[in-house]
Design a protein around this ligand. Structure first.
Ligand code: HEM
Ligand code: HEM
Ligand code: MTE
Ligand code: MO
Length: 354
């Protein structure tokens, strides 16, 4: 056994504790890696769920599960360090992977405790999800390179092992409680939504692009929207609009309560055609689109104003969708068309690709 760096320097007062800790860490190995794999896959799944859900209960559940599973990585870190130090050599890929995990974790906790700074080029969540995408790529490389047969064994479900897993789970939950405790103590927690977003004023709503879309030029912004094939002028929508109170909750970590002015899709589409359809597709002049269940037609509004003012180019002028109860990426800007469809609402990618 090679001596650790601390060999011989331990204070004589706590040798028993040190010996116990060393014995615990010596168990690092196959189960550490299996646990990491589980936690990473769990983090990605619950993170995706946190973006996909909007209901107060489901969103909270996804955020809590995500926090506990994500912080579980911190609890496992000492064991993984032992595994890495035993390896014959360290690779750049794996060390980069470790770096990205640290960036991802720090950005996640910064998001919870501080939220986005809209004057910064990126929000903590953007850094967080960006790091997660890098993690996926490098993890595939790392796991393929180091794959050993029988990563999980039947004995892992033994009584002793389950007890250790439970202790580990309690530690991860404890880490989550600590972070949430700090958020509560500083008063941040009071203002956050179930999805975790932080409040901003309606007047401060930033022009937000989901991924790769762009703000269309003036001549590209449609002054009329094709609703089930019939042209409706933006001016007509503006004249017919009534106030709609709604919360715009962006996945970059902010939300704003505002009063929009618009017309419900239910009032624009012929009832007979609606009765035959299962979904409705709202498409931007840029091609960005979302498909909704026809059941949502009463809540979905084509809007021309926010807080009484005409929309700005960046926030969807002349006509954008306001979709209360749906995360921001559903609020299609620069609407060009609204089409009824016989396909189910699920017939689309869960997140826009543009
Ligand atoms: C948070 C994610 C992870 C990080 C940061 C990480 C990092 C590392 C590092 C730095 C090493 C030392 C060898 C090298 O540099 O390639 C290593 C070894 C190893 N990793 Fe990972 N790892 C992670 C997840 C996993 C997972 C999920 C598996 C599961 C299959 C795994 C399996 C292994 C194995 C078997 C070794 C030992 C290689 C040997 O001793 O030759 N790792 N890991
Ligand atoms: C390896 C992947 C990931 C890890 C390890 C991870 C870990 C974490 C951690 C530790 C937090 C802080 C939780 C808390 O203290 O409450 C967090 C927050 C968050 N993460 Fe992740 N995450 C990962 C991937 C993702 C992905 C892919 C998404 C979205 C698509 C995501 C979305 C979020 C959101 C929205 C928050 C804020 C939740 C809140 O405010 O309560 N994460 N993440
Ligand atoms: N056409 C189009 N609509 C879009 C987007 C986009 O990139 N393209 N971004 C969405 C996202 S992610 C959000 S949060 C809201 C933001 O609206 P805002 O720009 O008024 O803040 O618009 C949504 N509508
Ligand atoms: Mo967003």
């Amino acid at each position: 056994m090679p001596a650790g760096p601390d060999a011989g320097t331990a204070p004589p007062r706590a040798p028993a504790r040190r010996a116990r800790a060393a014995a615990l860490l010596r168990r690092a190995g196959r189960r550490t890696n299996a646990g990491l794999l589980l936690l990473l896959v769990g983090s990605l799944a619950t993170g995706g769920l946190a973006f996909a859900t909007a209901g107060p209960v489901s969103a909270r559940a996804a955020a809590v599960a995500h926090g506990v599973v994500g912080l579980g990585l911190v609890v496992l870190a000492p064991w993984k360090v032992v595994v890495a130090r035993r390896a014959p050599r360290l690779t750049a890929t794996s060390l980069t992977l470790a770096g990205l995990v640290v960036v991802c974790l720090v950005a996640g906790v910064v998001e919870v405790l501080a939220g986005p700074d809209l004057t910064a080029p990126l929000t903590p969540i953007q850094v967080h999800v960006g790091a997660a995408v890098g993690i996926v790529v490098l993890l595939v490389v790392h796991v393929t390179r180091h794959w050993r047969p029988r990563l999980v064994r039947r004995t892992d479900a033994g009584r002793r092992q389950l007890l250790r897993t439970a202790t580990f789970g309690a530690a991860a939950a404890g880490a989550y409680v600590v972070v949430e405790g700090v958020a509560t103590a500083t008063g941040v927690a009071r203002e956050r939504t179930a999805t975790g977003s932080h409040p901003i004023a309606a007047s401060a709503i930033p022009a937000t692009i989901w991924l790769l879309d762009r703000v269309p030029g003036p001549s590209d912004r449609a002054q009329r929207v094709l609703v089930d094939g019939v042209g409706v002028d933006a001016a007509e929508l503006d004249a017919r609009g009534t106030p709609v109170r709604a919360r715009l909750d962006c996945t970059t970590g902010w939300y704003a309560d505002a009063t929009w002015t618009g017309v419900a899709l239910a009032d624009l589409l012929p009832a007979a055609a609606v009765a035959q359809a299962r979904s409705v597709v709202v498409t931007s002049v840029t091609g960005y689109r979302r498909r909704f269940n026809v059941q949502a037609l009463a809540e979905l509004h084509l809007c021309t104003r926010v807080e009484g003012e005409r929309l700005s180019p960046g926030t969807g002028a002349p006509v954008r969708l306001v979709a209360p109860g749906h995360r921001g990426f559903w609020w299609v800007k620069w609407v060009a068309s609204v089409e009824l469809s016989p396909l189910p609402a699920a017939a689309q990618s869960p997140f826009p690709l543009q």
